[in-house]
Design a protein around this ligand. Structure first.
Ligand code: SF4
Length: 294
């Protein structure tokens, strides 16, 4: 019996422009014989990190660990002081920081000059947020991710507040947090810092999850990728959904009795990883068809 499995990709998925540029810059550098190390993962995807290591560009966790002549700063960006420190250590810098991340650094500086208190909606341990906050006086900002945290601060004590979002967040999830701050201090302005690439991937994931033909959704991406996890959270509201890093994570039982699988991928997932997942799905479905044949 022929077993057919339709696979529908989201209209938008995978590498965003910032990650695509970072990937190209580092690969070009490595192929030209450059010797360098990347501070933290170039993007939050283990396959990309492995690929970079195979090209001879290893990942380090601190500037002091770099023995190569060049340090690569990832698409998430770094605190401005890291540029100075790298130069003091005699390192050349290959900066792949995304343009949109730099826009937020600038917006934060502008807001501080205007006398506003900064509220970063995001995760304090995320490299992007560390990039924004590391060099700031701790009294001039908060990093908030829950309503409970927002309730613990007297926002009315600040004459003006600027809200900035970590680029890869789903803004809707934090609406109650921001509303709480705005109610406590009406002189609050939101900076529109959610990255369009993230939003487009999220909107497309929503459409995929509401497609009546799609019975199951696979979200492909790195296990430390915040935007991949958000895609999975969006999808699982409507459909059984699994977050996988690649084809090897596929469980054949997921597609038993399934005729249409939806596929999407985080902003740091290379296209070839998604293609491998698609290929493996076709193979699994074919094997299941043969096993069911009379
Ligand atoms: S998700 Fe957006 S902000 Fe982040 S690297 Fe990609 S394009 Fe830049």
């Amino acid at each position: 019996m022929e077993r057919t499995l339709a696979i529908k990709r989201a209209a938008k998925y995978g590498f965003c422009s910032g990650v695509r540029v970072a990937d190209i810059k580092v690969k070009r550098f490595a192929r030209q014989g450059g010797r360098g190390a990347i501070l933290g993962q170039v993007v939050h995807n283990e396959r990309v990190v492995e690929e970079m290591e195979q090209l001879g560009v290893r990942t380090v966790q601190a500037l002091e660990d770099v023995h190569e002549p060049v340090i690569v700063f990832s698409a998430h960006g770094v605190p401005p002081s890291f540029h100075q420190r790298a130069r003091q250590l005699g390192l050349e810098i290959l900066d792949t920081t995304c343009k949109f991340v730099y826009d937020i650094h600038k917006e934060a500086q502008r807001a501080l000059t205007e006398g506003a208190h900064l509220v970063f909606i995001g995760h304090p341990g995320h490299r992007e947020v560390i990039g924004y906050t590391h060099d700031l006086d701790p009294t001039c900002y908060h990093v908030i991710s829950t309503l409970e945290q927002a309730r613990q601060v007297d926002w009315s004590a600040y004459p003006a507040i600027r809200v900035l979002y970590q680029t890869t967040l789903n803004a809707e999830e934090y609406e109650d947090v921001v509303r709480h701050i705005e109610t406590a201090q009406p002189n609050t302005r939101r900076a529109d810092t959610i990255c369009y690439a993230t939003k487009e991937n999220q909107d497309a994931a929503r459409v995929l999850a509401s497609d009546p033909e799609v019975q199951l959704i696979l979200v492909v991406g790195g296990k430390h990728s915040a935007n991949t996890r958000h895609l999975w959270e969006i999808c699982k509201v409507n459909k059984p959904s699994y977050l996988i890093q690649g084809a090897d994570d596929l469980d054949p039982s997921w597609i038993l009795n399934v005729s249409c699988v939806g596929l999407t991928a985080g902003a740091s997932t290379p296209d070839y990883v998604l293609a491998e997942v698609e290929q493996r799905l076709v193979e699994l479905a074919s094997r299941q068809g043969k096993a069911q044949a009379p």
